[in-house]
Design a protein around this ligand. Sequence first.
Ligand code: SIN
Length: 290
Amino acid sequence: MELAINPLTPGFAAEATGVDLQSGAGDNLTAAIRQAWLDAGGLLVVRDQNLTTERHIEFSKHFGPLFGDPATEPLQETVSIYIHPDHPEIYRVSNQVEADGKPKGRKGAGTYWHSDVSFRERPAGASILVAKQLPDVGGDTIFCDQTQAYAALSDAMKEMLVPLSAVHDFEVAARTQYAQPIVVEDDMSGANMAVHPIVRTHAETGRKSLFVNPGFTSHIEGFDDDESAAILGFLYEHCTRPQFLYRHRWQDHDMVIWDNRSLMHFAVMDYPDDLPRYMERTTIIGDRPT
Ligand code: SIN
């Protein structure tokens, strides 16, 4: 088998088949997958990757330094219960509890439009999520392409947005995005707030994208609250139009690589607790948006 790439949706999503990253991926294959991900426009589904957690981490490091890696991030004094106990680079998403009653991962993670970790000075670049256990049906993840969304705006709107910056704050999600407001967690200790340009230029492709998300963006600098809410509300409605979306229906052992620099995502929690869903995610520390 050889690496084959097929588009899943025009503009930003593709599927890769014919590779087995568990049995080893040389530099050439890894570089080819990374390039296919960039060429696809930010989302690559790599099918049939029954990866160990160790191999998942090793592969992810080709995309950049990882959040949680003690080699690149200072060790935190307290570690979230959602982080893998043996692998601090792995964030766990799950609707299950362990025998000792502790959650196996964050239940309801990402059940709102967001770009991972946008509340940090250096938000996520890629996120790499591997499906370990899936419900028979449900639990899809929807992605939205903020590059195509930006391109579709009028010149007048682009001109207004380009000089603007917005504040990103983890507490926006904590307050507004969960059915029950949650307490800000230990894993969010440190910088939880950052100011980023509303329009960012992708450091590798040079393409411009909108960079605001309902999960973490609190307001646009320099505007009154109601003005800021109106502009952001328009941008969210615009970005989530059907032509900018791809809905991923997970298959066993899918590995999905997405680019938080240009995409938002939304995890659909439409499956009951007696249908287990367990996913492991690595998150790459990206560049400072410009
Ligand atoms: C996330 O990383 O936001 C969770 C995505 C998912 O579980 O589908």
